[in-house]
Design a protein around this ligand. Structure first.
Ligand code: FAD
Ligand code: NAI
Length: 472
């Protein structure tokens, strides 16, 4: 017997589970299929983000930051710490508990919103007059609308498969059983910097090998420079412009051969290597060919601006389609698609999707960088304000970095906001709201911000656009 649904979502990551909930809120009979399972085979919805991405990485970043504070910064406050130690198993256990709370939370939300959940792998079958047949284990679901949200997987180096013991993807990087003496990360992108920070803070000697000659090329150059300075000062070794060669695993560890930017041959021995060179869209087991669902040369499902695929009533969202691979982008697309199915006008503004790198200092931005504005020939004004001049940052003892505003030279409309410093992940929201409402730098400069707060640095950077900072 088949089960009929208005909307079947394949994939229960942030894109999929949110799409299913929104569809149910809109009155549809909705189902979500997800195959992720715990070690003992129980459902673990939430996708990459909840299980091996956003959530566990932030849990470990918090633990390791607490350790670094205790070992390096408590003394400044007159707090003495003796016999400080790190119990990695406990740290990992806490992270697992945080993940489980999120898995359970999603199962609860499915119940609350009357979304039918199916645990297993969903694959396309026949298309009939009743809709698309989706197979999950022994069951057949029939859907009027299908939303594919099958996410992405870590990209491996050619010929170097992940063994998750010595050669680690993000998965293995989040469960290294003891502090490594030496750790190599390949790729100084978001995962490289976040995971490198976690393991450096608890005592590993970390080297990051990056192929590109520039550090964080997508980030505003001034901000990237400041971040590079801070990371280097912390002891993270970042080598740019390298070409990674042979990677050999042997008895105790792994060796990574590479050519430096100057052409010298080097080899690094380490306990583990984390390969974080980007991610690839995932359609494994989906059987897109059964219905003729079109993929591009990268394996991403081809969609238009509104997440419509080449098939009527089949939609795709999140990491499996074009655009930034971010949880909040996947969520916004999920909501927008459910609303479009309901005949509403769901919309995702790609110009105001924030990016955050959760290192210390945090890096966050929205809109265009100074180098992009130059390349686009846009006339702009820039204003910066350093956290060094912010009272709250001084009280926190965290004065690294700055807030930077970029505004249109004529209209003063905000074109980009870039932050490196404490709580950048939270501060960026004000800039996102401002840009969504097409605010000018002057609008932010004239809004009352609480004192003392880090957000005053945002106001001051907006004032700096008009060269009238009050505290610097
Ligand atoms: P996914 O989260 O990948 O979910 C897809 C789900 O579909 C999975 O559960 C998968 O098992 C399931 N699935 C796949 N195929 C099938 C099938 N055929 N049948 C049934 N189920 C299937 N983004 C941020 O915005 N902020 C962060 O801080 C952040 N940190 C990250 C840290 C790390 C280490 C990593 C790796 C990623 C991080 N990301 C972060 C990116 C974020 O995790 C992804 O952008 C997000 O998870 C994409 O959501 P999604 O729903 O498209 O796919
Ligand atoms: P990434 O795209 O952020 O960075 C990959 C880096 O590897 C780039 O700098 C690239 O130049 C480099 N690289 C590529 N091939 C290489 C090679 N052969 N040798 C050396 N360097 C090489 O990818 P990453 O870090 O794997 O993360 C994947 C995605 O996951 C991110 O792009 C992001 O979308 C998401 N993510 C988001 C987070 C957040 O929002 N805080 C945290 C972690 C991941």
């Amino acid at each position: 017997m088949s089960k009929q649904f208005d909307v079947v979502v394949i994939g229960g990551g942030p894109g999929g589970y949110i799409a299913a909930i929104r569809a149910a809120q809109l009155g549809f009979n909705a189902a979500c299929i997800d195959e992720w399972k715990t070690k003992d085979g129980k459902p673990a919805p939430g996708g990459t983000c909840t299980n091996v991405g956003c959530i566990p990485s932030k849990a470990l970043l918090q633990s390791s930051e607490n350790y670094e504070h205790a070992s390096k910064h408590f003394a400044d406050h007159g707090i003495g710490v003796q016999g400080l130690s790190i119990d990695v198993q406990k740290m990992l256990g806490r992270k697992d508990a945080v993940v489980k709370q999120n898995n359970d939370g999603i199962l609860y939300l499915f119940k609350k919103n009357k979304v039918s959940f199916f645990h297993g792998r969903g694959s396309f079958g026949n298309k009939t007059d009743a809709g698309y047949e989706i197979q999950v284990g022994d069951e057949t679901l029939v859907a009027k609308h299908v939303i594919v949200a099958t996410g992405s997987n870590a990209r491996a180096l050619p010929g170097v498969p992940f063994d998750e013991e010595k050669i680690l993807s993000n998965d293995g990087a989040l469960r290294i059983p003891a502090v490594p003496k030496k750790l190599v990360l390949i790729g100084s992108g978001v995962i490289g910097l976040e995971m490198g920070s976690v393991w450096r803070r608890v005592g590993a000697e970390v080297t990051v090998l990056e192929a590109l000659p520039t550090f964080l090329g997508a980030v505003d150059e001034q901000i990237a420079k400041e971040a590079h300075k801070a990371f280097t000062k912390q002891g993270l070794k970042i080598e740019l412009g390298v070409k990674v060669g042979e990677i050999k695993t042997g008895g105790k560890g792994v060796s990574v051969a590479y050519t430096t930017a100057k052409g010298e041959q080097q080899t690094l021995d380490a306990d583990h290597v984390i390969v974080s060179i980007g991610r690839v869209p995932n359609t494994i087991g989906l059987k897109p060919e059964a219905v003729g669902l079109k993929l591009d040369e990268r394996g991403a499902i081809v969609v238009d601006d509104e997440c419509r695929t080449n098939l009527p009533n089949v939609w795709a969202i999140g990491d499996v389609v074009r655009g930034p691979m971010l949880a909040h982008k996947a969520e916004e697309e999920g909501v927008a698609v459910a609303e479009r199915i309901a005949g509403q006008h769901g919309h995702v503004n790609f110009n105001t999707i924030p990016w955050v790198i959760y290192t210390s200092p945090e890096i966050a931005w929205v809109g265009r960088t100074e180098q992009q504005l130059k390349a686009d020939g846009v006339q702009y004004k820039a204003g910066t304000f350093p956290f060094m001049a912010n009272g709250r940052a001084r009280a926190l003892g965290d004065t690294t970095g700055m807030v930077k505003f970029l505004a249109d030279a004529k209209t003063d409309e905000i074109l980009g906001v870039h932050i490196v410093g404490p709580m950048a992940s939270e501060l960026i929201s004000e800039a996102v709201v401002a840009m969504e409402f097409k605010a000018s730098a002057e609008d932010i400069a004239r809004i009352c911000h609480a004192h003392p707060s880090l957000s005053e640095a945002t106001k001051e950077a907006a004032l700096a656009v008009d060269k009238r900072t009050l505290n610097f």
